[in-house]
Write a protein that binds this ligand. Sequence first.
Ligand SMILES: [Zn+2]
Ligand SMILES: [Zn+2]
Length: 467
Amino acid sequence: MTLLVRGGTVVGATGTHAADVLVEGETIVALFAPGRAPDGDHQVVDATGKYVIPGGIDAHTHMELPFGGTNASDTFDTGTRAAAYGGTTTIVDFAVQRTGEVVQDGLAAWHAKADGNCHVDYAFHMILGGVDEDALKAMDMLVADEGISSFKLFMAYPGVFYSDDGQILRAMQRARENGAMIMMHAENGIAIDVLVQQALARGETDPIHHGLTRPEALEAEATHRAIRLAEVARDCPLYIVHLSASQALEQVAAARHAGRNVFAETCPQYLYLTLEDQLGAPGFEGAKWVCSTPLRSKHESHHRDLWQGLRTNDLAVVSTDHCPFCFKDQKELGLGDFSKIPNGIGGVEHRVDLLYQGVVDGKLTLERWVETIATTPARMFGLYPRKGVLAPGSDADIVVYDPAGRTSIGVGTHHMNMDHSAYEGYEIAGRVDTVISRGSVLVADGAYHGRRGHGRYLRRGLSTYLN
Ligand SMILES: [Zn+2]
Ligand SMILES: [Zn+2]
């Protein structure tokens, strides 16, 4: 079975050129000058006038995550189907060890949730909520045997996921030895909890206080501390997740300027949404945008600085931190107390489009768009060159993107299991036209042809940014 993506403009991280892409089975076998592919009984995808890019890789999702007494509303089934609609053909989700639990049990629980349910390929990072001798041994085992080469630690959420500085240092030292990446939720959770209690005692219960009690300074402080701890761990590779603020970005940029193994991602919500306009919406409406790190003030320079960081590679990756909760019955758990609102925004379906808007607005080049949404995530997390590039031998994960199309975002049209949209009413230039995963067409002509169970677990190697 062969498939030919014909007539399009192939965009990769290093350049753009007209080419036809030939797929055999699940694999790309060759790229040809236009019209030069050998004749055959190919299934043809017409990409005339369109971009042909590697399938998107969302390196930060939380399907079915238990949080704050409820579960993230997308299952691996609904969430990966929505991802496919949006041009994302690989997700890297977070398996979870909570404080007091065994790492391997947490991993087994995540396999049980995902196995046979995914529409696109998937891999796991491991959240370590309790760094002890057993967890450190488990890190080695996961890297060597399970294809898990990155571990997320939290400087926030005491009692749930929190690691103290000693635990962080020990995990970093272990990662330096086994080659893994440490991913950090960098917010000073101990100080934040003081501010939260003080705000509640003053009767400040509205959603906006979620943001006001998590000030930029406490993200920058934690980012700085993580960078210095990694330095003490002999420059352990460090990846700051969901970076939201200018001062935290300055810390990352300074470390990178000094030649350190420090990387960072941001998310579309930090590029488009604000503390005042969304989190500060009247009444309880702002609960839709409660996420951590929080949305930042529009009166400061965060959006401009984050777009610039993406351009200069101080921000290497755009992920979504997809962690959806419905407004009814889930976000509503925090009525009258913002600290009880489940933290998370859903966006796995919209990342490719929202970042393409950055190309249209002149903030990113076409190549940098592909690099931040597909190629770098693949390289950063040990999936390259199987994923993240259109090249012979790579998985045939291909998105045909129509620059002349339009995308309207809203609860009426999205496919995520959410009763609202963080981007309701957004009109975006560009549209996902055709989505192919390992040679199978999942989306074409607005119709869905994918299926639950098509997606496979991916064992990852080490990051190719390190030696
Ligand atoms: Zn986090
Ligand atoms: Zn997250």
